[in-house]
Design a protein around this ligand. Structure first.
Ligand code: KIV
Ligand code: ZN
Length: 388
């Protein structure tokens, strides 16, 4: 597969790694709706499911393959013949099918999960890729628990699966174990020591157990990865996966650091798609979640509000419009200053003289100490009760 070295491929696994979270299960029509939105969002790959896992998941991959036209549809398998046969069958209507096969690469997985040896696992990896390749041109291989795998062995595995035909090599930090510099160094090592690495795209798949999924994915990109596997709102197994919206906005805000690397993501859809996934999957988004949390663009302290109202860039690195929000929020609390109160009163049509504003502000503080949320009605009452 020819790939553009200046493009960061966004591989969305909301409907696979995300959907495997308890309580997040979706029906096939719901998955189709989200897949169509992901296509509009501009992702390059949609991981549609794990077909052998259940008849429902199989059917979802079939229907998504029919419903989506431009994006690669990917199906997950373990490294065995039956999984791959079933995935190939589920992908038969996909215009751009990809099989994602793989096996554990750390000694912990090899010994305890497979009761096997490094040599045997290497053989299984290679034959799985060859078998997948007999069905589709585009085969992605995942070296599960690569975050804790021996580096030399991982390099050997990566080289062997590329030689067997893998077009993408996924280096998952399955347990969210690595630090960003460790994960980045792993990618750099593969880039520099695997002789056929230029024949494949390196993919980062990071979990968030230590809150480092996004940082690790970014470190991977800085060291040569050109695909990031992520989910909307960062949902996924345990503490979740890398959040798609965070990666896309980091790329945008720090574009010069990435030497002009681009993605096709339309960030203006973030608020919409985040809310939709949250509602459909019954997974609330934490209010302070970067980019899409309720408070991500809400300024509440007086010092910040004053600076923001004088010049928004003092406290704003992303314009809310860029993520599909109408505007930033100036929240009124007991920590707000006069400037914020004046701003809201003017918005409601009240122009107060300096002295009157000062008096209203004192009464506002008493109210705000007693009441958590100050709404427009409260402000109107504050002004009109005094005027009356
Ligand atoms: O976290 C992981 O290792 C995975 C693989 C199945 C890609 O989700
Ligand atoms: Zn995962």
């Amino acid at each position: 597969m020819l790939h553009d070295p200046n493009h960061l491929y966004i591989f969305d696994t909301t409907l696979r790694d995300g959907e495997q979270v308890p309580g997040c299960q979706l029906t096939t029509p719901e998955k189709i709706e989200i897949a169509k939105d992901l296509e509009k969002l501009g992702v390059d790959v949609i991981e549609a499911g794990f077909p052998v896992s259940s008849p429902g998941d199989f059917q979802s991959v079939v229907e998504l393959s029919k419903a989506v036209n431009d994006v690669i549809i990917c199906a997950l398998t373990r490294a065995n013949k039956n999984d791959i046969d079933v995935a190939a069958e589920a992908l038969k209507f996909a215009k751009r099918p990809r099989i994602h096969t793989g096996i554990g690469s750390s000694d912990l997985h090899i010994q305890y999960k497979f009761n096997s040896t490094r040599e045997e696992i290497l053989e299984r990896a290679v034959s799985a890729v060859k078998h997948a390749k007999s069905y589709v041109e585009d085969v992605e291989f995942y070296a599960e628990d690569a975050g804790r795998a021996d580096l030399e062995y991982l390099a050997k595995m990566v080289e062997a699966v590329i030689a067997a035909g893998a077009t993408v090599v996924n280096i998952p930090d399955t347990n969210g174990y690595c630090l960003p510099d460790q994960y980045g160094a792993k990618i750099k090592f593969l880039k520099e020591n695997v002789k056929n690495i230029d024949q494949a795209i390196i993919s980062a798949h990071c979990h968030n157990d230590l809150g480092l999924a996004t940082a690790n994915s970014i470190a991977a990109v800085q060291n040569g990865a050109r695909q990031v596997e992520c989910t909307i709102n960062g949902i996924g197994e345990r503490a979740g996966n890398t959040s798609l919206e965070e990666v896309a906005m980091i790329l945008k805000v720090h574009n010069q650091v990435f030497g002009g690397l681009t993605s096709n993501i339309n960030s203006q859809m973030f608020t919409y798609i985040s809310r939709k996934v949250s509602e459909m999957m019954n997974m609330p988004v934490q209010p302070n979640k970067a980019i899409v949390g309720r408070n991500a663009f809400a300024h509440s302290s007086g010092i910040h509000q004053d600076g923001f109202l004088k010049h928004r860039e003092t406290y704003e690195i992303i314009r809310p419009e860029d993520v599909g929000l109408l505007e930033a929020d100036i929240i009124l609390t007991a920590r707000s200053g006069r400037h914020a109160l004046k701003h809201h009163l003017e918005r409601l049509g009240y122009q107060l003289e300096k002295e009157e504003l000062a008096l209203t502000y004192q009464r506002f503080l008493v109210l705000a100490d007693a009441k958590k949320d100050i709404c427009d009605e409260d402000l109107v009452t504050l002004v009109t009760s005094r005027q009356g």
